[in-house]
Design a binder for this molecule. Structure first.
Ligand code: MIG
Length: 670
C-alpha cells in the first residue's frame, strides 16, 4: 500500500507519475516520527537485524546501514569510501526486517540519510526545509515494496537493442582517424563491438551540437561508413552552452531568455570546458523544448545515441568565485604588508613567529578559496530557474538539473524520431529521470574495490527505476591493468550498459592493446552469446516494473546468509552472478541459497557445467572465463557469437541449464 503525505509547500519534481491522487492525513508514528520545527526530520528506531536498501547510485554497500549519505548531485571523481555524495539523488529507501517499509522523500535539494552513523540504531532523514512529499509504502517483503515503488514512478527507459552490445570510449579520441583505428582494432581482433563513444574533443571549441570540421571533414558520411560496419558513434553533450558571438545556440538562448539567471536578471555565467558558458534552464518547459530540439542537429547527421555529461551541473568557477579568490589573496598581501610596516613596535622575534604563522596560513586560506571555486555551493545560490514565471534559486532544486537536461533530450526525441529508440544516458540524475534515460556511474578509478562498488550500485539503482546502467569498465581514473580490465569486463558482461571508458592521460585501455587479445575476445563474446537472455530480462523488468538486478535477499528473504551477501546478484529470473573482484586469485567463494547449476564459459568455446548444492563453495574462474549460476529448474537461451548485435543469428539458439524448463524469450527489431 502506498500513502502520500505533504509537508509545507513542496516543489513538483515530476518524480512520481502514478502515485496516490490524494494526500493522507493521519500519519502513523509507528512508521517513524516526523518533526518539522527546524527543517524536516524523520526519525526511526532500527532493530539490530533491520536492513536498509535503496539510495540508488550511492556509495558503500547494498545494505546502507552504518554510514551517512547526502543526496546532493556532485561532480566528484574520487569515489573513496568516505564520500557521502555522488552524481545522483535517489531518495528512496526500504527498511526491511520484521516489517517492510519503503520511504521516498521527494525533495529536490540536499537531504541527509543518517543510517546508523550518529547512532547505530537510529535512522534519521533530514533536510533544511520542511517542504516535501513523503511516500510511504508498506509491503510483504523488501522486493514487494520495491516493486510497488517502481509502479508509482512510471515505466523505465528502454534503449535500442544495439545498446546491449559492447562500447569503447576514451576521453582523448580527437579525429575520425582515431575512431577508425579503434573500430579497426576491434574488428581485426574479432572482438565484438557496437558503439564508439565520442568525448568532448569531437566538438568545435566544446560547443554543444557542433562537430569540428577539420577533425571530422565529412561527418555524416563518416557516421554512415561506421554504421555500415555496425558501429554506432555516440557523442557526449555537456550542460554548459559556450558564450560566443555568432554561436547560434548561445545567441538564441540569450535572446529568448532560456538560460539560468542571476537575481538581477542577467544570465549567470560559469566556466566549464568551453570557457564561459550559460546553463540552459531545463526546468522551464519552453527552454527544455528549445534545448532538446538541438539534438536534432546530430540526429540528422546519422547519430542514434548520446551521453549527457557535466549536468550536476559541474562548474569550474564563476566570476564571483574568482573575485572572492582574488580578494582573499589581496587581503592577505595587505595584512602582511601592514605587519611589516608596524614592525618597529613589535619585538623582532615575536614578529617573525607571527609572520611565519601567517605565511603558513596564507597558502591554506588561498587554497581553501581556490578549492571552493569548483562546484561551489555559493555558486549554486547565485542562479535561478524560471518555473511557471517564478524565480526559484538553483540550490533549492539542485538535484533536478541532470534529470531535466536528459528529459529535454528524450522529449525532443519523441518528436524527432517517434518510432525509434535512441540511446541516452546521463551522469547526474534524480528519480523520474529513469523514464527518459539510463545512467553511467561516473568517474570511478582503476581500483579492484570499484568492481565491487559497481556491483553493489546496480540493484539499488534498479530499485529507483534506473535499469540501463553501468560503470566505466576498466576504471576511468588511474592506469588500469590487464587483469583488472578482464575481471571488470566479466562483470560488465551482465550490466545493460557495457562500456570500457578511460580518462585523458591514463594508460590505453582498449581491449586490443593488451597481450593475449584472445582472452578479451572471449570475455566479450560471452556477452554476445547471452544477449537474447539479457535483453529478454531487461524488457521484462522494464515492462513489469521489476528489477533486472536484485540483491539475493529479495529472492531468498528467509535466508540470513543470502540477505548478508553483498558480492553476488540475482539477474532476471534465472541466474545469479558472482564476479571475481580480487587480484591474483584463480576463483572465489560463492554462496548458493539453493541448488544451482554452475556454468563456466571456457576460452575454447565450451561450457563447463556442474550442479552444486545449497551452501558455500569455492569455484575456479580463470581470468579468461565467465561464470554464472542457473537457478534450479531454469534454463537460459544462448546464441553463437556475433561481431555486433545486428549480426546475432537467432537460428543458432540453444539452451543452457535444467532440461525442460520454460522460458519466455522477448524479441523485437528495435
Ligand atoms: O571534467 O568529457 O564523467 O566520462 O570523459 C571531466 C570528459 C568531464 C567527465 C565524465 C567523463 C568524461 C569527461 N568528463
Amino acid at each position: 500500500m502506498v500513502k502520500k503525505y505533504i509537508f509545507g509547500a513542496p516543489f513538483e519534481t515530476d518524480a512520481v507519475v502514478c502515485g496516490p491522487e490524494e494526500c493522507s492525513r493521519e500519519y502513523d508514528a509507528q512508521n517513524g516520527t516526523i518533526t518539522t520545527e527546524n527543517g524536516f526530520c524523520f526519525h526511526y528506531e532500527l532493530n539490530d537485524t533491520d536492513v536498509i536498501y535503496g539510495l540508488g547510485e550511492a556509495n558503500r554497500g547494498i545494505n546502507k546501514r552504518g554510514y551517512i549519505y547526502v543526496s546532493d548531485c556532485s561532480d566528484d571523481p574520487d569515489h573513496s569510501e568516505d564520500k557521502t555524495s555522488l552524481y545522483g539523488a535517489h531518495n528512496f529507501i526500504i527498511i526491511s526486517g520484521a516489517r517492510n517499509i519503503g520511504l521516498f522523500f521527494d525533495y529536490p535539494a540536499a537531504i541527509t540519510f543518517d543510517i546508523g552513523y550518529t547512532k547505530q540504531s537510529v535512522l534519521e532523514v533530514s533536510c533544511e526545509r520542511a517542504d516535501l512529499y513523503l511516500y510511504l509504502i508498506t509491503g510483504d517483503s523488501a522486493y514487494d515494496v520495491a516493486k510497488q515503488f517502481r509502479k508509482i514512478i512510471g515505466k523505465s527507459y528502454i534503449p535500442p537493442k544495439y545498446a546491449f552490445g559492447f562500447g569503447q570510449s576514451r576521453w582523448g579520441y580527437k579525429t575520425a582517424e582515431d575512431i577508425e583505428n579503434v573500430a579497426k582494432g576491434y574488428r581485426e581482433n574479432k572482438i565484438p563491438l557496437d558503439m564508439i563513444y565520442m568525448d568532448i574533443d569531437y566538438m568545435q571549441d566544446y560547443k554543444d551540437f557542433t562537430v569540428n570540421s577539420e577533425r571530422f571533414p565529412h561527418f555524416p558520411e563518416f557516421v554512415k561508413k561506421m554504421r555500415s560496419e555496425n558501429v554506432r558513434l555516440i557523442p557526449i553533450i555537456d550542460a554548459g552552452i559556450k558564450i560566443e558571438e555568432g554561436y547560434d545556440v548561445y545567441e538564441e538562448g540569450a535572446e529568448k531568455g532560456y538560460f539560468c539567471k542571476r537575481e538581477d536578471g542577467t544570465d549567470f555565467a560559469a566556466a566549464v570546458w568551453p570557457g564561459w558558458t550559460h546553463f540552459p534552464d531545463v526546468l522551464n518547459p519552453d527552454a527544455r523544448a528549445w534545448f532538446g530540439a538541438k539534438y536534432e542537429r546530430l540526429i540528422s547527421q546519422g547519430i542514434e545515441g548520446f551521453w549527457n555529461d557535466m549536468n550536476e551541473p559541474a562548474i569550474f568557477y564563476s566570476k564571483e568565485g574568482i573575485d572572492t579568490l582574488n580578494e582573499t589573496i589581496k587581503e592577505y598581501a595587505d595584512y602582511l604588508k601592514n605587519k611589516e610596516k608596524s614592525g618597529e613596535d613589535t619585538p623582532a622575534d615575536g614578529l617573525f613567529d607571527e609572520l611565519m604563522d601567517n605565511a603558513r596560513a596564507l597558502p591554506s586560506r588561498v587554497k581553501g578559496a581556490f578549492e571552493n571555486l569548483q562546484n561551489s555551493p555559493d555558486d549554486y545560490r547565485r542562479f535561478y530557474h524560471n518555473v511557471n514565471g517564478k524565480m526559484i534559486r538553483h540550490d533549492l532544486v539542485h538535484n533536478l538539473y541532470g534529470f531535466n537536461m536528459t528529459r529535454a533530450a528524450a522529449e525532443a526525441f519523441e518528436k524527432i524520431a517517434p518510432d525509434k529508440r535512441i540511446l541516452l544516458f546521463s551522469r547526474s540524475s534524480y528519480i523520474g529521470m529513469h523514464r527518459y534515460g539510463g545512467v553511467w556511474t561516473g568517474d570511478n578509478k582503476s581500483w579492484w574495490s570499484h568492481i565491487l562498488l559497481n556491483l553493489k550500485m546496480m540493484p539499488s539503482l534498479n530499485m529507483c527505476g534506473f535499469l540501463y546502467t553501468g560503470a566505466d569498465l576498466g576504471g576511468f581514473g588511474c592506469n588500469t591493468t590487464r587483469d583488472l580490465l578482464l575481471r571488470w569486463l566479466a562483470l560488465g558482461v551482465f550490466t545493460p550498459l557495457m562500456r570500457n571508458h578511460a580518462a585523458l592521460g591514463t594508460r590505453n585501455q582498449e581491449c586490443y592493446r593488451f597481450e593475449n587479445v584472445d582472452d578479451f575476445h572471449h570475455i566479450i563474446s560471452v556477452r554476445y552469446r547471452l544477449i537474447p537472455y539479457l535483453y529478454s530480462e531487461y524488457m521484462k523488468a522494464a515492462q513489469n516494473d521489476d528489477l533486472y538486478f536484485k540483491p539475493l535477499g529479495f529472492v531468498y528473504p528467509d535466508d540470513k546468509i543470502a540477505i548478508q551477501t553483498e558480492d553476488q546478484l540475482m539477474l532476471g529470473n534465472e541466474i545469479m552472478i558472482a564476479p571475481v573482484y580480487t587480484q591474483n586469485v584463480s576463483g572465489r567463494c560463492v554462496y548458493l541459497p539453493e541448488e544451482m547449476m554452475f556454468a563456466k564459459f571456457c576460452p575454447d568455446g565450451s561450457i563447463y557445467t556442474q550442479v552444486l548444492d545449497k551452501g558455500h563453495h569455492y569455484v575456479e574462474i580463470a581470468l579468461n572465463e565467465v561464470g554464472l549460476f542457473i537457478k534450479k529448474g531454469k534454463r537460459i537461451p544462448l546464441v553463437d557469437v556475433a561481431q555486433s548485435v545486428e549480426e546475432i543469428d537467432m537460428s543458432t539458439l540453444t539452451w543452457l541449464g535444467y532440461e525442460g524448463a520454460e522460458y519466455e524469450l522477448i524479441e523485437d527489431d528495435m
